[in-house]
Design a protein around this ligand. Sequence first.
Ligand SMILES: Cc1cc2nc3c(=O)[nH]c(=O)nc-3n(C[C@H](O)[C@H](O)[C@H](O)COP(=O)(O)O)c2cc1C
Length: 340
Amino acid sequence: MLYALARPFLFALDPETAHHVALQFSAVAGCLSRRPPPCPVKAMGLEFPNPVGLAAGLDKHAEHVDSLGSMGFGFLELGGVTPRPQPGNPRPRLFRIPQAKAIINRYGLNSVGVDAFVANLRKTRTIIGVNIGKNKDTPNDKAADDYETCLEKLYPHADYVTLNISSPNTAGLRDLQEATQLAALLSRIRTKREQLRDKHGRNVAIALKIAPDLDDAQIREIAAIARREKIDGIVATNTTVSRDAVMQYPFGREQGGLSGAPLRERSTHVLKVLSRELQGEIPLIGVGGIMSGADAAEKLDAGASLVQIYSGLIYRGPGLVSECVSACLAKSRTASSASR
Ligand SMILES: Cc1cc2nc3c(=O)[nH]c(=O)nc-3n(C[C@H](O)[C@H](O)[C@H](O)COP(=O)(O)O)c2cc1C
C-alpha cells in the first residue's frame, strides 16, 4: 500500500537515483511490511527461515543489511563485489521498461572492493550470501585469483558465497562458463575452500550463478562439472542479453542485462534442465522474473529449493516478499498432504 503511493514518485526519478532513495527508505518499509509466516527450508547445509531471498545487485556494497533484513527475506545475497574497487560503467546504466515490467542494467560490477565491503558488513541474524566477481582488468586466465581473494576475505563473514560467472556487463566473464575454464576455476575454489574450512573450523557453502543464455547441452555440462567439484548450490539465472520481448519499447535496445517479467520463462527452463540433470543432488536457487507469489511457486515446481527476487521488488515493492513466502508455504503444505 505504502509502496503503491511511493512508486509514482520513485518512477519519476532517474532509475539510479530512485534506487538510492528507495534504499534510504528501506528501513521504514521494513518496519511497515507484513511479517511473512515461517516456512523453514534446509539447503546448502543452512537453515533458512523461509525460501525467499534478495537477489544480488540491490545492495552491492553491503550498506543496507539491517533494513533489507527487516523486510522478511529468508536470506540476502549481497554484492557483487570485486577484489579491488572499480567504478563500473558510466551513467546512465540502469533503465526501466514499465510496459514489460522489466529492467536493463549495465552497471559493470561497480564495487567498493572487498575490504570496504567487509568493513560495511555488520553482524546480523539474517543468512548472508555474498556474490563475488572478478575485476574488469583481470584477464580470464587470472580470474581464479580474484575469486580466491574474495572468498578468503569473506569467509569469516558469509554463510555462502556465489561465484558470479554470468554477468553480461563484464567483457568475457561469461566465457568462464565454458567447460575447460569452469572446471579449472571450480577446482581452484574447491582446494581454497578446503584450506579455509580447516583454518576457520566452519564450512561456507559455495554456489555458482549461471546465465539464462545457454543451450540445454551447456547447462547439463555445467551441472556435471558443478557436481564433480562439489558445488553446494546453483543460482539460475542472471540477466539475459536477449531483447526479443522488449525491443519495441523505449530503452528496449539498451545494452546490458535484461531482468524482470520477460526473463521468467527462460530462467525457469534453465532450472528445469538443471533439476532433471541433478535429481536433487545440488540445491537450486531460482531467480528471474518473479513478480508474484505464483511465479515463486512456479520456480519451486521447476525444482528450486530457494528463490530470489530483484526486479519484482522494484515493480511490486516489499509486500512481494510476504506474498512469495505465503505462496511457497501453501505449495509445501499441498506437497506434504499429497505425500501422506
Ligand atoms: C541493477 C541490477 C544489478 C545486478 N547486479 C548483479 C550482480 O552484481 N551480480 C549478480 O550475480 N547478479 C546481479 N543482478 C542480477 C540479479 O541478481 C538477478 O539474477 C536478475 O535480475 C534476475 O532476477 P529478477 O528478474 O528478479 O530481477 C543484477 C540485476 C539488476 C537489475
